[in-house]
Every structure is written in structure tokens, then in C-alpha cells.
Design a protein around this ligand. Structure first.
Ligand code: ADE
Length: 221
């Protein structure tokens, strides 16, 4: 999959250069390109924001640089995404759906947002990561890229995806690693038993219990 991220702050995406995503990029499963919107500004000072018509607080990103930045990357197979607090809420189902696409383009707004004509012209998928407002679309884009990438074949093991929280409307069971006894805090006996049927039963029961305690709303789905 190819992911192009259009932003005024490419330097804020260094997280995508570490750990699992770094490996996915190195193995060629994933290509992530950071595109600096400022380089498309036709203003002599490379200005990319301006005051909103009608007045109001803050600055808006101007239509021209964002328009040209989108035009430079968009293709027939592109899914255009604009992180926005007024969009559809991101979740595991949307993430796995987007992971099937060939080319994602994220348009990161900043300040008070982007001139509405970008939405009118390109009709991007507007997606929110929750009911709160951040200073820009960069963190939401990173959250989405991270989560979507996990559903791309080869990025993490299929086993990990199957077992984790939300995969079947249940939260994940607790996990432990060595040592089996840490200052008297012991790993549950069943996990040391080698009895796979018993272990699976225990994990299923724990998932149900934890979901009931922490997220009973998931059980109603
Ligand atoms: N931009 C600012 N806040 C946001 C949010 N909650 N989700 C997506 N994009 C945003």
C-alpha cells in the first residue's frame, strides 16, 4: 500500500520511522511519503494560511497550496482522507476496510482547519478519532496510519490480529512473560500447565469477564 500524507509539519511524523512501521516500510509492504504542503504555495513568502472571511478566531489553511498538493498525488485508485472532528468516527471496522485500499492520501488540516472549498472540490472521507479537538490533523493521521497498517498482510502476525481487543467485540485477556514469580506476584497456574485446551478456556473466560467489567457496551453488539 502507498500512503501519502500532506502536511505543513512533516517533521512531526518521526514516529512512523520506528518499530513495526519502520520494518513494514523496509520490507516494501508499505510506502509512506510525507509531502510538505508549503512547497506548493504560490505566495512569495510561501504563506499557507489566512484570516477567515466574516471574521472569527484563528487562521485557516488556504485553498491554493492544499489544492495543488492534492493534485500532485491523486490518482484513479486514491482514497482521500481528511482527519476532522466532524467526520465519521474511526474504529476497527473502518481501519480494516481502509487497509484493503491501494493508495491512501491524508490531508492534514492545522490551525482552525482548511478552506471549505477543498471538501467541496474533492469530497474526501472526513474521519474523526474521537469527540475532542486537536491542534491539527497530524496526530489523527498517525493514529489512523498506525492502526490501518496493522491490518495489511505481513505487517503483524495474523494470530495477533485475531486475538486482540475488539477483534470479536471482546477485550483481550491478560498476558504474562517471564519470570513466573515476580516479588510474589505469580502468573496464573493454568498458563504454566501446558494444557492448551485449559489455557484457551481460561483466556476466553477472562476476555468475557474483563469486557463485562470495563466495556459492557461491547457485549450488547
Ligand atoms: N483534527 C482536530 N481534532 C480532530 C479529531 N478529534 N479527529 C480527527 N481530526 C481532528
Amino acid at each position: 500500500m502507498i500512503i501519502d500524507i500532506l502536511t505543513l509539519f512533516p517533521e512531526s511524523f518521526s514516529y512512523l520511522d520506528s518499530s513495526i512501521l519502520k520494518r513494514a516500510k523496509e520490507s516494501g509492504i508499505l510506502e509512506i511519503n510525507l509531502i510538505d504542503i508549503r512547497q506548493f504555495s504560490k505566495d512569495k513568502h510561501k504563506k499557507c494560511d489566512d484570516y477567515p472571511f466574516g471574521g472569527g478566531a484563528g487562521m485557516l489553511m488556504s485553498v491554493q497550496p492544499v489544492y495543488d498538493a492534492i493534485k500532485s498525488v491523486i490518482k484513479d485508485n486514491t482514497t482521500l482522507i481528511m482527519p476532522s472532528p466532524s467526520g465519521e468516527t474511526f474504529d476497527v471496522n473502518l481501519a480494516s476496510e481502509l487497509a484493503q485500499k491501494e493508495h491512501l492520501v491524508f490531508i492534514c488540516g492545522h490551525y482552525e482547519g482548511i478552506d471549505q472549498r477543498i471538501v467541496d472540490i474533492f469530497n474526501p472521507l472526513e474521519i474523526s478519532i474521537g469527540d475532542y479537538v486537536l491542534t491539527g490533523g497530524e496526530l489523527p493521521a498517525m493514529v489512523m496510519v498506525d492502526c490501518i497498517s496493522r491490518f495489511i498482510k505481513g505487517v503483524i502476525s495474523e494470530e495477533s490480529l485475531k486475538e486482540e481487543s475488539f477483534s470479536s467485540d471482546r477485550l483481550e485477556y491478560p498476558q504474562y512473560t517471564r519470570p513466573a514469580d515476580f516479588m510474589g506476584y505469580k502468573v496464573p497456574e493454568v498458563l504454566l500447565s501446558g494444557n492448551h485446551a485449559q489455557i484457551e478456556k481460561w483466556r476466553k473466560e477472562m476476555s468475557e469477564k474483563i469486557t463485562k467489567e470495563k466495556r459492557p457496551d461491547l457485549l450488547k453488539k
